[in-house]
Design a protein around this ligand. Structure first.
Ligand code: GLN
Length: 490
């Protein structure tokens, strides 16, 4: 069955041709069919049914709350939801129950969305494949022998598999855009500070940002409108009110200038099919009246090194709080020091330990100036590159990720190769600018994404261009074949 968009479902709810109760049953049945993919770590069947019934009751009273009321959505297991588990796919948080509401989830509930469940991820959002999870890997709906990308792979797979029309993830260095690209859906990282981080478990606080996945840019606009906007509980939240994004989706791109960063089209280390499809997508936008211009991001070549210094430094500091005293799991031991050591040795997986070690190293006396401080300086240079490039154009375009969905196990033994998946995505986080990935074709049956990057707070232009592209293309109408999902051992 073709999966509908959230906007189509909202129309059907308004017209009375379906009910929220029906939508939640369909979503639960599809979640069951998609179980072999491992996209969810926790389904809220009873709670979701109760929320759907409440939504139907509101609507019957003429008190529906807006387009998301009664729509099933999924959230990544890194976003807290009061009174419910939040494990970040880590053993160290196996028993953790969120004691207060996180802003993004609270806003979704205020909008009437029905939270179907929590999605799988790389532990503490560290990874690019959703393999570093205590629950085991998530599989790509287009080819279950491959990864969905990561770290928000469960959310990307849940949308690609048609379980929910909208899911949320977090993007610190590409964790929304890269899995969106590899799963053939739209995924957006908003401007840093656009969506409150209150209730988002911290990985690298100066880079983390919550954002939506959906099959269409229009659904992403709907989803982002619901969660964006100032939140006094997050000191880094921007003062601007939630943007009106759907009004920007005119279908028209004429006169817009798209910058093509030379460094993003350098054929070195990129799958040729990726660059071909991206160039074709840009040509399609030109046929729609957009203009292109070559631009340069001279410091982009330092982005991966800069990101993996800053992100690990912040992670080592943020993850110090998991000490067995205040949060989650505590190992038994005779002394306090032994308790700390055992709790953290048993509680964290190998990739998280690697990040903590790297980050502690780059922050230590004697190395701080050489690594952390230098990375902060390069971050400023990179931000200026984007300011310069975006001063002469409305947005930038390029690939989202250099490759197609890779095989499960292919890169887990080689962290550096895994880190290179993020080569085109980390820059937007370092610069704080919004960026999205929109499906732009296939190669060998695997999806490819076009990345659009914009000026701070200009999510509207990115969504407008992505929506215009989707009106001119049909990649997002293709769906993976559920018959391929069940398999030996799954
Ligand atoms: N893949 C990147 C990393 O491993 C980005 C992760 C993310 O955006 N959360 O750090």
């Amino acid at each position: 069955m073709a999966a509908e968009t959230a906007l189509a479902l909202a129309e059907a709810l308004t017209a009375g041709t379906t009910t929220a109760a029906e939508l939640v049953e369909t979503a639960l049945a599809r979640a069951e069919a998609a179980r072999p993919l491992g996209a969810f770590v926790h389904l809220r069947a009873d709670a979701a049914r109760a929320e759907a019934a409440a939504s139907d009751a509101r609507r019957a009273q003429g008190a529906a709350r807006g387009s998301l009321d009664g729509i099933p959505v999924a959230i990544k297991d890194v976003m807290i939801h009061e009174g419910e588990p939040c494990t970040c796919a880590s053993r160290i948080l196996e028993n953790f129950i969120a004691p207060y509401p996180g802003t993004a989830v609270a806003r979704l509930q205020a909008a009437g969305a029905v939270v179907l469940g929590r999605t799988n991820m790389d532990e503490f959002a560290m990874g690019s494949s959703t393999e570093h999870s205590v629950y085991g890997p998530t599989r790509n709906p287009w080819d279950p022998s491959r990864t969905p990308g990561g770290s928000s792979g469960g959310s990307a797979a849940a949308v690609a598999a048609g379980v929910v029309p909208i899911a949320f993830g977090s993007d610190t260095g590409g964790s929304i855009r890269q899995p969106a690209s590899l799963c053939g859906v739209v995924g957006m990282k908003p401007t840093y500070g656009r969506v409150s981080r209150y209730g988002l478990v911290a990985f690298a606080s100066s880079l983390d940002q919550i954002g939506p996945f959906a099959r269409t840019a229009a659904d992403c606009a709907l989803a982002l409108e619901a969660v964006a906007g100032h939140d006094p509980a997050d000191s880094t939240s921007l003062p601007e009110p939630a943007p009106r994004l759907r009004a920007a989706l005119t279908g028209d791109v004429s006169g817009l200038v798209i910058g093509l960063p030379r460094e993003f089209f350098d054929a070195d280390g990129v799958e040729p099919a990726v660059l071909d499809r991206v160039r074709e997508a840009v040509a399609e936008l030109e046929r729609g009246g957009a203009k292109t211009r070559a631009v340069s991001l001279p410091h982009a070549r330092y982005a991966i090194a800069t990101y993996y210094l800053i992100a690990t430094a912040e992670a080592s500091s943020n993850l110090a709080r998991y000490d067995g005293v205040r949060f989650g799991r505590r190992a038994a031991a005779d002394t306090l020091a032994a308790m700390y050591r055992r709790t953290r040795s048993e509680g964290f997986g190998p990739e998280v330990k690697r990040r903590i070690l790297l980050g502690t190293y780059v922050l230590s006396a004697g190395y701080y100036d050489a690594y952390y401080r230098k990375a902060m300086k390069v971050r400023t240079l990179l931000r200026r590159d984007f300011e310069q490039a975006l001063s002469g154009c409305d947005l930038l375009a390029g690939p989202t990720t250099p490759e197609l969905a890779f095989r499960i196990g292919e890169k887990t033994g080689d962290p550096l190769r895994m880190y290179l998946s993020d080569i085109y995505t980390v820059s937007a986080n370092l610069a704080g600018i919004p960026a999205l990935s929109v499906p732009c074709g296939f190669s060998d049956g695997l999806p490819i994404g076009l990345q659009l990057l914009g000026r701070p707070l200009d999510e509207a232009t990115l969504l407008r261009v992505a929506d215009a592209y989707q009106r001119r293309s049909d990649w997002h109408l293709r769906a993976p074949d559920p018959a391929t999902w069940a398999g030996p051992g799954r």
